[in-house]
Design a protein around this ligand. Structure first.
Ligand SMILES: [Zn+2]
Length: 484
């Protein structure tokens, strides 16, 4: 069984000087140009192959060639280090590998809006240790970017935690803020999902129930745990997020009315990005704290989320009528819709972060079907809409079990997760994704296999490193749920 070790991710604010920023923007632009040129080239060849019988089955090779894009029409490509261009082609090839592994769609054009970034490999930067002269210890690292020919010098960045230098990094800009981010392998092996599942299957149902926390999307908070924990925003964060979202909506409307590309349009666009950033930062922060809190709790070995209830996400608030029966504006509807979207995005992020944090400590995150989880009694299993007395109150009509509705739903989810793991369904699901590979020596190794079209035999597919989330959905294999 192969073990992977953990990729530790870092993301720090950095502060390039105006001159450095200009160079970095050129690097970003040239790398995006090569990436998009590869995408267009591939599209062209695939269309050509479809149209011509003679070329049926022939495709553009999935290679990293990029030098043919450097022509007299693109002189600016000669003004950046060649590694920047090569990395654009490598990024495209990696994206194609993910497509073959069915981890994402076919690579598409990278747009010039939103976060922009450049991938820099070790030839183009160095972390120089800063040593404390009195103790001789390394206190921090200075980041130098560029080659002797294309030198940017040292770029200032702020750290909020300890880190190790990495082999490659991304420098990105979003809404006027620069970040440097990188991963490094900490060398500590982590168990595979299969191994963790097999370990959990040795427990009895009661033992596993004790080590399991079910996580429900609360009515007014992102997450409610079956152990009674509630995770959400502070009152101040809550109010500020809604305020900033309202500003964002207003500026989005203004931007839509203005002439595209005009000065006022650009101003509105910047405002939208700025108001969006606050909410995004808070959501990420809450998701990191929540997932850390859960993953580091020694009692828990299994985390169960319910699969997303799409109909709830798009449900509109009930229309209102005044005493004469006339329809009136429903201000609460807009607010609750917005609030719901914020909660949902925080919930999704928490699930994503918890997946990798749990996997690293040999714990498991799974999803279970959400059907009637709000109407089922966690104590006796009686399922009826009458059980849900109000938005927050749950009273079982069969056994009189009384609970807060969020808490009861979380307990139901935990129970379903425990049964799912013990039934072995998680193992079966996993084995479908595995194939048997024979290497040259004849040893049989079991590894996830990318399904390759036969016409692309020469293609080398890069599998993702430690970044694939250990989360898979079991919505398709729904265990029968008894309805009373
Ligand atoms: Zn009951």
């Amino acid at each position: 069984m192969h073990n992977t070790s953990m990729q530790i991710g870092n993301r720090f604010r950095c502060y390039p000087t105006p001159a450095q920023a200009q160079t970095l923007l050129a690097w970003i632009g040239c790398q995006r140009f090569i990436y998009n040129a590869k995408v267009s080239e591939d599209r062209y060849f695939r269309r050509f192959a479809r149209q011509s019988l003679a070329h049926a089955g022939q495709f553009a090779p999935i290679d990293q060639q990029y030098s043919h894009f450097k022509t007299e029409l693109t002189p600016w490509l000669g003004e950046v280090p060649s590694q920047i261009l090569r990395n654009g082609a490598v990024l495209w090839k990696h994206a194609y590998g993910r497509y073959f592994s069915k981890l994402s769609g076919r690579p598409g054009i990278h747009r010039k809006t939103g976060e922009q970034s450049v991938w820099i490999t070790s030839e183009l930067f160095s972390f120089k240790p800063v040593v404390d002269k009195s103790t001789g210890e390394i206190t921090s690292y200075a980041l130098h970017i560029g080659t002797p020919k294309f030198s940017l010098g040292q770029i200032k960045f702020t750290t909020h935690k300890k880190f190790k230098p990495a082999a490659s990094l991304h420098i990105s800009i979003n809404a006027g803020r620069w970040h440097v981010s990188f991963n490094y392998d900490d060398g500590v092996p982590e168990p595979s999902v299969q191994e963790t599942t097999e370990y959990l299957m040795q427990f009895s149902e009661n033992e596993l129930r004790f080590a399991t926390v079910g996580l429900d999307r609360g009515v007014n908070l992102p997450l409610a745990g079956s152990d009674g924990q509630k995770f959400g925003f502070t009152v101040v964060q809550d109010k500020r997020i809604l305020d900033q979202e309202r500003h964002k909506k207003r500026w989005q409307r203004r931007q839509a009315r203005r002439t595209k590309g005009s000065q006022n349009w650009v101003k509105a666009k910047r405002k939208v990005a700025r108001y969006h950033r606050y909410g995004a930062d808070v959501r990420r922060d809450v998701a990191h704290k929540t997932s850390f809190n859960l993953a580091s709790n020694p009692r828990y070995k299994l985390f169960v989320f319910e699969a997303l209830k799409v109909q709830n996400m798009t449900k509109r608030a009930k229309p209102k009528q005044d005493e004469n029966g006339r329809w009136i504006r429903n201000g609460a509807a807009a607010k609750s819709g917005l609030n719901n979207a914020i909660l949902a995005s925080t919930w999704g992020k928490t699930k994503e972060f918890l997946s990798y944090k749990a996997r690293r400590s040999g714990k498991l995150v799974i999803e279970v079907p959400a059907f009637y989880s709000s109407q089922e009694c966690a104590a006796c299993g009686h399922t009826h809409s009458d059980n849900r007395v109000s938005q927050s109150e749950f009273v079982c009509q069969s056994c009189n079990h009384t609970d807060h509705a969020d808490h009861n739903a979380a307990a139901v989810i935990a129970k379903r997760g425990v049964r799912l793991v013990l039934s072995g369904a998680c193992i079966q699901k996993k084995s479908k994704k595995c194939g048997i590979l024979k290497n040259k020596v004849g040893e049989v190794i079991s590894e996830p296999v990318a399904s390759l079209p036969s016409t692309l035999g020469e293609t080398e597919v890069s599998r993702l490193g430690g970044n694939t989330p250990a989360l898979w959905s079991l919505t398709q294999e729904t265990p029968a749920i008894a309805l009373a």
